[in-house]
Design a protein around this ligand. Structure first.
Ligand code: CA
Ligand code: CA
Length: 170
């Protein structure tokens, strides 16, 4: 089978969400990502930020399952991802931002140690590395997220960029 650019892009998005690489997206991928982020930034799970991140991870999973888990087995396979999530995101490009916003908001709060609403490019790259983006790509992506080049990334920079990444058109 010839792998098209479109298929390659879908495979990359699926791999990003399948954090443990076991071939399907499930709740564990989201909760493991939350746990890893809290460990990276030494934020206790029982803190307000920690609870917010776990709640955001659960909301993200529920949104993904609602779009794509057609047989209701609490797993999103690659086939379900393509036929459910990719198609629905194409029909409704705002949907990804809606389901991911609580998690991304909470992830930035975890990384934003001085709580000024801005995360340094370096700390943004740390977030992306924890989410299994390779080192060099994480740094480049973090720099790209800093649209105005002031060395920091805000929620307004992050959410549209991440949503755009996951909204794939042929
Ligand atoms: Ca998985
Ligand atoms: Ca399923």
């Amino acid at each position: 089978m010839v792998s098209t650019e479109y298929e390659r892009r879908i495979a990359a998005r699926f791999a990003t969400l399948d954090q443990d690489g076991n071939g399907y997206i499930d709740r564990e991928d989201f909760s493991a990502a939350a746990k890893a982020l809290l460990a990276e930034f030494a934020v206790p799970a029982r803190s307000a930020k920690g609870q917010g991140l776990y709640a955001g991870a659960e909301a993200f999973w529920q949104g993904m399952a609602g779009m794509a888990d057609r047989d209701g087995d609490q797993r999103v396979t690659r086939e379900e991802f393509i036929s459910g999530a990719v198609k629905r995101l194409r029909d409704n490009p705002d949907r990804f931002a809606e389901i991911a916003r609580p998690f991304l908001h909470a992830a930035l709060a975890v990384a934003d140690e001085d709580a000024d609403g801005r995360v340094t490019v370096e700390d943004t790259a740390r977030v992306l590395r924890v989410l299994h983006v390779p080192q060099g790509a994480a740094r480049a992506a973090a720099e790209a997220l800093d649209g105005d080049g002031d060395g920091t990334v805000t929620e307004a920079d992050l959410i549209p960029a991440i949503a755009g990444y996951f909204t794939i058109t042929e």
